[in-house]
Ligand binder design. Structure first.
Ligand SMILES: *Cc1c(COP(=O)(O)O)cnc(C)c1O
Length: 375
């Protein structure tokens, strides 16, 4: 039987046409007209005035932190329930992450905990420099509350919207509220360029500076002149062509993933001990991944037993992100709360959610889980 993946890339059918256009134009090199067009089209879709296409979402976070002035010894508050790439760039800069727990409405950073932490730190005169706010699994955090705190205490807000393209917060795209926002086009994301990222901002100068840093920080003179440390972080023209083709299907992809979520709910929620990540009242969840919570006692099996049983049937599922404050690589980092993220990690299981998943394949997943409940 065909293996069912968690979230596999889904071609739109337009990629070949866009790639052919890029190849025939002779622009194989990084940069070129496809990159510019992708940036413009992407900026329009998310409603950000300026966008910069990069080699990865991680590169985008790194540049955003550099431009926020984060350096050795600085602290950056980061959501603890996320992929390590949200926090790795903090380490690249010799800065220190402080991990902040989730709330239960959206599973994203808890503004109440952040407020307590900042109040205590303000008294000591030792505030972090920035916040990396993650929008997890296709759902926006409570941005207004976090942004209000950043304004009150003078912190720079960087939004990690790598998993949240297509979602909304009060009608707008997450990633467009703070100092800068980042997106990812890695292979498992809602649209993909096989690998790539985007940095967006309302600040034209910030994007211009990021553009320079991402192209080895060349000064605008005929010879190679460098006054700052640069990076090779741009997106290639060929991959931008793939991105343009993918972007045209974004709304369909969101609808498909939301339908998959609805079908899981219809097929599983009568079983004891199973529930799903809620949709917060402030906007649209894309259901990039459908995440199920398993109450071991009520269901009879825990999420890891379910994962292994499904693996044996050729179905890929995955635990919820292991909180970063529990990761050996971040050992010793200060943590604010942590119990909610630990609980979600202990009980959560991400189900196959790719937009190309067929109803028959999804029925295989649903039947497999149902059979575990009944044995
Ligand atoms: C995928 C992801 C990233 C990193 O993006 P890449 O393009 O893979 O570098 C960062 N943060 C989160 C939350 C992600 O899911």
């Amino acid at each position: 039987m065909k293996r069912i993946y968690l979230s596999s890339p889904h071609l739109s059918g337009l990629e070949v046409q866009f790639l052919q256009e890029a190849l025939e134009s002779g622009w194989i090199a990084p940069l070129g007209p496809q990159v510019e067009a992708f940036e413009q089209e992407f900026a329009e879709v998310v409603g950000a005035p300026y966008a910069l296409a990069l080699s990865s979402g991680t590169a985008a976070i790194h540049l955003a932190l550099i431009l926020a002035g984060v350096g050795p010894g600085d602290e950056v508050a980061v959501s603890t329930l996320t992929f390590a790439a949200s926090a790795f760039p903090v380490l690249y800069l010799g800065a220190k992450p402080v991990f902040v727990d989730s709330e239960r409405t959206s599973w994203n950073m808890d503004p109440g905990l952040l407020a307590e932490f900042l109040e205590a730190r303000a008294k000591k005169g030792k505030l972090p420099k920035a916040v990396v706010l993650v929008h997890l699994y296709g759902q926006s955090a409570d941005i207004d509350a976090i942004q209000g705190l950043c304004q009150e205490y003078g912190l720079t807000l960087i939004e990690d919207a790598a998993e949240a393209l297509g979602s909304t917060y009060k009608g707008k795209s997450p990633g467009t509220f703070g100092f800068a926002g980042i997106f990812s086009f890695n292979g498992n994301k809602i649209i993909t360029t096989s690998g790539g990222g985007m940095l967006v901002s309302n600040d034209e100068k910030l994007i211009a500076h990021a553009r320079k840093l991402a192209t080895q920080a060349r000064e605008p003179v005929p010879w190679y002149e460098h006054r700052e440390v640069g990076y090779n972080y741009r997106m290639s023209n060929l991959l931008a062509a793939v991105g343009r083709a993918q972007l045209r299907t974004l709304e369909e992809r969101v609808q498909a993933r939301r339908r998959i979520y609805e079908r899981y709910v219809a097929g599983l929620s009568d079983l004891p001990g199973l529930s799903f990540q809620p949709e917060a009242p402030w906007g649209r969840h894309t259901r990039w991944l459908t995440v199920m919570l398993v109450d071991r006692e009520a269901f009879g099996r825990g999420p890891e037993e379910i994962r292994q049983a499904l693996e044996g049937l050729g179905i890929e599922t995955r635990p919820v992100w292991k909180p970063l404050h529990l990761q050996p690589v971040f050992h010793g980092a200060e943590t604010v709360g942590g119990g909610v993220a630990e609980d979600l990690f202990a009980r959560g299981l991400c189900l196959p959610s790719g937009s190309s998943l067929t109803p028959e394949e999804q029925d295989r997943v649903i039947e497999a889980i149902r059979s575990l409940a009944e044995t």
